[in-house]
Ligand binder design. Structure first.
Ligand SMILES: [Ca+2]
Ligand SMILES: [Ca+2]
Length: 250
């Protein structure tokens, strides 16, 4: 910077280059003003990496409750509930919810197929008939997306019929249905590693009508698995809906 400005200024002192004066003055002024102007404008400008991204529009169910009970015992690592709507995630244009139509499997073999189908039927309401149950302990549901997909966002509604916090919420993707090959963790809030998939550094959160929106950052995979281990309400595991926003991997 210093060198550049010196070479720009020095020619100004030579008569032969007078005709260049207006242009050079303008350039020097720009150099001097540029940092000030951009700093002042920064808050109004979109993030530099936003590119041609668009807001991810989600269809949300009706809220079933307001606020959170003061007497609910939760750990220190629980996100406070915001009273404002969640800002949309910015994603590449043209993404679809690719969860519907996926083959759904589950760690609890007692869950009938027509119950599992509720996971991707678009019904995210808090009513009893919208929620499916998996037995207690660490349990998972899994989607086979049919082919490798580039996944940008994941939304999970366990059950938002009351204020509760689910434990050991872990989302992983893999290249095989048994989760042996190329397993990657997209989200993990199991800080105590009670589910044995590694210590998670994400925060616990209250179930709400907005669901849990997770940034999957374009991870490429065919299989996605959702783990949980009961909630502050019950040892059982509930699911209402999962959504996966992505596009076929190139
Ligand atoms: Ca559903
Ligand atoms: Ca845990």
């Amino acid at each position: 910077m210093t060198n550049k400005m010196n070479t720009a200024r020095n020619p100004l002192q030579q008569p032969l280059t007078l005709s260049l004066l207006p242009g050079l003055t303008f350039a020097v002024l720009n150099l001097l003003l540029a940092p000030v102007v951009s700093a002042a404008d920064a808050p109004q400008e979109p993030a530099a990496d936003a590119g041609d991204k668009v807001p991810l529009m989600l269809k949300l169910p009706a809220p079933a409750f307001k606020g959170t009970p003061k007497d609910l015992q939760v750990g220190p690592n629980v996100e406070p509930v915001s009273d404002k709507p969640r800002p949309p995630m910015m994603v590449p244009p043209g993404l679809k919810n690719i969860a519907p139509g996926s083959k759904i499997t589950c760690s609890d073999k007692n869950v009938p197929a027509d119950n599992l189908a509720k996971l991707t039927d678009g019904d995210k309401e808090a009513s009893d008939q919208s929620i499916i149950f998996l037995r207690k302990g660490t349990q998972w549901v899994q989607l086979d997306l049919g082919s490798p997909q580039e996944i940008f966002a994941v939304v999970i509604w366990h059950a938002h019929n009351s204020a509760k916090v689910y434990h050991d919420v872990i989302v992983q993707v893999a290249d095989d249905p048994d989760f042996i090959e190329n397993v990657r963790t997209v989200f993990n809030n199991d800080a105590s590693n009670t589910s044995g998939l590694g210590v998670g550094t994400d925060r616990e959160y209250f179930e709400t009508y907005e669901g849990k929106l997770i940034d999957a950052k374009g991870v490429k995979a065919r299989y996605i698995r959702f783990y949980s281990k009961g909630s502050t309400e019950s040892a059982l595991n509930e699911y209402t809906e999962v959504e996966v926003y992505g596009r076929p991997a190139k």
